[in-house]
Design a protein around this ligand. Structure first.
Ligand code: 13P
Ligand code: SF4
Length: 343
């Protein structure tokens, strides 16, 4: 893929450095000055192109600090990106995240141009299930409502009664008020929801996040033995033995709020590596222990690719109209249920 910018990048002069100092301050603990000298000209060029295109950049919490703090207008977990992407009045959305997030933005804002800087930024959960799989499950369990994690394709969402994210999964399932639910496709998130709602039977799929499934309970017990005061925050995509060791379980945004609320000394965020990097400067007193598992899909998005995306208006994410309508109903039902409830 061609990632050389077409525009001439501004040189990293003392003037540029001074102008972007407030931006650098937000990431200086994790991005050394020598790297900032490379990133800053891209940040300046991207800002210019955002103005020209009337574009906003939405970035997931797993994006690298130079994207998250450097060029994003809206940052957050999957729920926040879905909510805020629907509200923006920009003409163009550049989604710094993975493909299903860009599709969700398109489903909620079909009149906007939605771009993703790398089309191959996928997700092992979204790849684990198809619309045909969901239709088969519905045939097998007639009348049982289908709740689908937002980490799925628009085609799968279109077969769904209501979507959820890790922030509102328990709330969404509870809101249905039924005894049995088909919950797709994240088996571990489903098990977590089931543990919180013992009166509801969840029919689960065997989809897993390739990043979170690599953490183990033993790894966390080792950390805990070396420092019993360590505070462990884990994402519900982790296996049950990992969640059993956690002091807090929640979405990426939930973890940030939890961190903001209590002055912990040493913290381990059991999730994708960039999370700790993105919160480090805002929590100078906290030491982050980093068991680093990278999401290779999230890491496909880089500043040069973001710039190229704006220059060339690539890669446009489209969803067929009939899919948009049905998928949107499922996402909007989630937004109604989840309003005001964050995990
Ligand atoms: P949240 O940001 O919604 O917690 O999701 C994590 C994730 O893995 C997104 O791909
Ligand atoms: Fe998918 Fe896991 Fe990467 Fe999130 S971290 S995009 S769930 S593979």
């Amino acid at each position: 893929m061609q990632t050389q910018p077409m525009t001439q990048l501004p040189p990293f002069t003392p003037q540029l450095q001074a102008a972007l100092e407030p931006v650098y301050d937000r990431m200086s603990r994790v991005v050394p000055p020598i790297e900032w000298a490379v990133h800053a000209p891209y940040v300046a060029a991207i800002e210019e192109w955002k103005r020209r295109r009337n574009a906003v950049i939405l970035a997931h919490n797993y994006q690298t600090p130079e994207i998250f703090h450097g060029v994003a207008d809206i940052t957050g977990d999957s729920l926040a990106l879905a909510q805020q992407g629907a509200r923006t009045d920009a003409d163009v959305i550049v989604l710094c995240g993975v493909h299903f997030m860009a599709e969700t933005a398109k489903v909620l804002s079909p009149e906007k141009t939605v771009l993703i800087p790398d089309l191959e930024a996928g997700c092992s959960l979204a790849a684990s299930i198809t619309g045909a799989d969901v239709r088969l499950l519905k045939e097998r369990y007639p009348g049982v409502p289908v709740v689908t994690y937002v980490n799925t394709t628009a085609e799968v969402k279109a077969e769904t009664d209501v979507c959820c994210t890790s922030a509102n999964a328990v709330e969404v399932v509870r809101s249905l008020g039924v005894k049995r639910v088909i919950f797709l496709p994240d088996e571990y998130l489903g098990k977590w929801v089931a543990s919180q709602l013992p009166d509801v039977e969840l029919i689960l799929w065997k989809g897993h996040c390739e990043v979170h499934e690599r953490f183990t309970g033993e790894e966390l017990r080792r950390y805990r033995r070396s420092d019993p005061t360590l505070h462990i925050l884990a994402h519900p995509e982790c296996p049950p033995d990992v969640l059993a060791e956690a002091d807090y379980v929640g979405s990426t945004a939930g973890m940030i709020r939890h961190l903001d609320e209590t002055p912990f000394r040493r913290v381990v965020m059991v999730t994708e590596c960039s999370m700790s990097d993105n919160v480090a400067d805002a929590h100078p007193r906290v030491e982050f222990v980093r068991p680093c598992n990278l999401c290779p899909h999230m890491k496909r998005i880089t500043l040069p690719k973001v710039l190229r995306s704006l220059e060339t208006m690539t890669y446009e994410v489209t969803v067929p109209e009939h899919t948009i309508e049905r998928a949107r109903a499922a996402v909007e039902r989630m937004l109604q249920v989840g309003r005001g409830k964050r995990g």
